[in-house]
Write a protein that binds this ligand. Structure first.
Ligand SMILES: NC(=O)c1ccc[n+]([C@@H]2O[C@H](COP(=O)([O-])OP(=O)(O)OC[C@H]3O[C@@H](n4cnc5c(N)ncnc54)[C@H](OP(=O)(O)O)[C@@H]3O)[C@@H](O)[C@H]2O)c1
Length: 224
């Protein structure tokens, strides 16, 4: 496959880049920092022109994995009283507008058998009192994925709802909170980025050829 991975410099993006390359796929990475992809474009997902230039250069692709995300810890652990519109807009801008930009830029590169995967999160399905802007943006991303599954058919569009995966996101969480995450999963541990990448890879690949408009929960049973 030829696949494009946004968030390629991040924990889960890097795991997908490495997994796909190990299976002989050609991987194009997109993030502001460099990645280990075969070809990398240093674009901000809010810079549509940069994304369009990358799309013009790379030709046809089979899959698009949107694994960028608003990673600023500043929006976490704020109650409703402390949150303001800027907190919500910051999360929506990167997750929702950024994802929409990437799809707009690359949709002309996607053939009928191709697949798009969005990185949502379990709070999109069950809510999260400590990360309200994040949960709301991820919920919007699920609705965006389902809407695009209808609008771009027969291109397949799905989302993964990830639980706690050990990347830099979990590095700024206290040991006490991490213990709580582990306790809430049925498997009593955080997920490895490679485990998230395997699920995303399956949705990108022809192995999931009759799956579209769905949310695959990859959370060790946390949300059950
Ligand atoms: N780890 C978890 O527990 C977890 C759980 C649920 C969902 N998720 C979701 O899974 C995805 C990947 O998470 P992760 O843990 O791998 O996060 P990460 O290690 O923090 O990586 C985030 C990626 O997003 C990119 N990014 C952020 N803002 C960007 C922008 N404006 N333009 C371009 N790229 C941008 C970063 O690249 P640059 O900084 O180089 O641009 C980085 O590659 C995210 O959508 C996250 O919300 C993660």
């Amino acid at each position: 496959m030829r696949i494009v991975v946004t968030g390629a410099s991040g924990g889960i993006g890097n795991a997908l880049v490495e997994l796909a390359k190990s299976r002989g796929d050609f991987v194009v990475g997109i993030s502001r920092r460099p990645s280990k992809a075969d070809l990398h474009y240093a674009c901000d997902v809010l810079d549509l022109e940069c994304l369009k230039k990358a799309a013009e250069n790379i030709g046809a692709v089979d899959g698009l994995a949107l694994l960028h995300g608003h990673g600023d810890p500043a929006i976490w652990n704020k109650g409703v009283e402390e949150l303001d519109a800027r907190d919500l807009l910051a999360a929506f801008e990167v997750d929702v507008v950024g994802s929409f930009n990437v799809v707009k830029a690359f949709m002309g590169n996607l053939g009928s058998g191709s697949s798009i995967v969005f990185a949502a999160s379990t709070p999109a399905l069950v809510g999260d009192r400590y990360g309200i802007p994040y949960a709301a943006a991820k919920g919007a991303l699920v609705a965006l994925a389902r809407s695009l599954a209808k609008a771009l058919s027969p291109v397949r569009v799905n989302a993964v709802a990830l639980g706690p995966i050990a990347t830099r996101w979990t590095s700024w969480i206290s040991e006490e909170e991490l213990a709580g995450f582990r306790e809430r999963t049925l498997l009593r541990r955080l997920g490895d980025p490679r485990e998230a990448a395997e699920a995303i890879y399956w949705l990108l690949s022809p192995a999931s050829s009759y799956v579209t408009g769905q949310v695959l929960v990859v959370d060790g049973g946390e949300s059950l």
